[in-house]
Ligand binder design. Sequence first.
Ligand code: QV4
Ligand code: CA
Length: 512
Amino acid sequence: MKWLILVAGFGLSLAQHNPHLKHGRTSIVHLFEWRWADIAAECERFLGPNGFGGVQISPPSEHIILNNPWRPWYQRYQPIGYKLCSRSGTEAELRDMITRCNNVGVNIYVDAVINHMCGSAGGEGTHSSCGSWFSAPHEDFPSVPYSSWDFNDNKCHTSNGEIQNYGDANQVRNCRLEGLLDLALEKDYVRGKVAEYMNKLIDMGVAGIRVDACKHMWPGDLQNVFGRLHNLNTKWFSSGSRPFIYQEVIDLGGEAISAKEYFHLGRVTEFKYGAKLGTVIRKWNGEKLSYTRNWGEGWGFMPNGDAVVFVDNHDNQRGSGAGGASILTFFESRLYKMAVGYMLAHPYGVTRVMSSYRWDRNFVNGKDQNYWVGPPSNSDGSTKPVTINADLTCGNGWVCEHRWRQIKNMVKFRNVVNGQPHSNWWDNQSNQVAFGRGNRGFIIFNNDDWDLDVTLNTGMPGGTYCDVISGQKENGRCTGKQIQAGGDGRAHFKISSRDEDPFVAIHAESKL
Ligand code: QV4
Ligand code: CA
């Protein structure tokens, strides 16, 4: 009996850790600031056919509209209410997107901003994405409705009501983050409104939620809210499925609040992952790829079953959030592709791929003055559509890292090797390393300044394989390098340190 209760409790706490990915898919892509109509089309024409498991969307809730600076991306992290019209589109477009993506086996994960509403200096009026009236100075948001009773002002004891010291857990959770009006999630009423918002989305068919700014909310309050959530819509998910929860908590160590306080509620973003991987690939601080033999928990990362991992996110790719200068982004594409390739080949964590838009960086004293710049937009502030060029790259200022051949093919690699162990490790005690995933895949990197020339046991069945980095298998032929594995699984690899992409990856389905 005791044992049964234990098992039941364990099952309950792990339920929200499952992303419910379909058809053996393994990765999520963050289509940052994309319009719902473009995401729907991308699910059907690209993500479904290429084995992507899900999309993290930008916050769908009604948000403030800011003029100074002009229409920054971060206005969407300042909610005005829970109506579903946003810079990405209308509620009808959102619903259409969820339906169409689900119908091709691609899940939708919502970015939910529930710690706060807009900033205290947000003014009063109808400058909001659905046109709802609100008053920041009076903490009045009639479209929810929330009034000043629903905010934390009395619980915060700093001089100006702001978080001043991240060493004090009470401040971090009860005071304002950058002036953002802090919701009193201890109140049954507030919890009910937040859960109602999330349940509307769950009923529409989303598979889970990225919960923004969890460090700034008490785990007990979150537990209450998550406990109120419906099971996933049985039109697309098996009955009894709990929504996938992944919580944004930045924990690089040294603060009052640590990620592990949230593990029982769902997964947590592992920010050490991208910060360390960037440091290793850049060879900073004496780091070497050969030191990553025990990558994952061996590097002090959170337990595998609790982690969501990524090379960069929408904050740290523009220098805020966590990780600092070591974070790799599309701006340094050669190193970036290696980092994403490493992440997708390695078994640790649920992987999230970033997909960005371009902006002009302008560093002054190490800070990008243009970090605020919003998505490609027309003069009326509406977001430009994602156009697709003849070579399948994106136009109109959209980077579409997820469409880069090397990244797209590594997303597939991860699906093909899913469930296989990390195996057949090799390194040169410097920056040349290789590892396999059982007998289903093998990858090898040369991040040294000299050429790699080595014969290794890949663990793969004998045959000719197509490298999915320099090319790919198309109509049974290989457009890139070919790798011969003998009957004993041994194969010869040569990678020049000057190659466009100094790594090679083969898998069971790239066999010719
Ligand atoms: C300014 C001043 C304040 C002042 C305030 C009021 O800086 O000192 O009190 O005016 O007058 C924007 C502006 C910020 C402004 C604030 C309120 O950048 O200068 O404060 O609005 O008007 C994003 C952006 C923020 C942005 C916010 C809201 O990154 O710059 O603030 O959206 O628009 C921590 C957290 C972590 C967080 C990370 C960035 O622990 O949770 O910082 N990450 C998430 C999201 C992130 C988002 C938020 C949280 C907030 O990923 O994108 O912040 O929702 O580490
Ligand atoms: Ca808070």
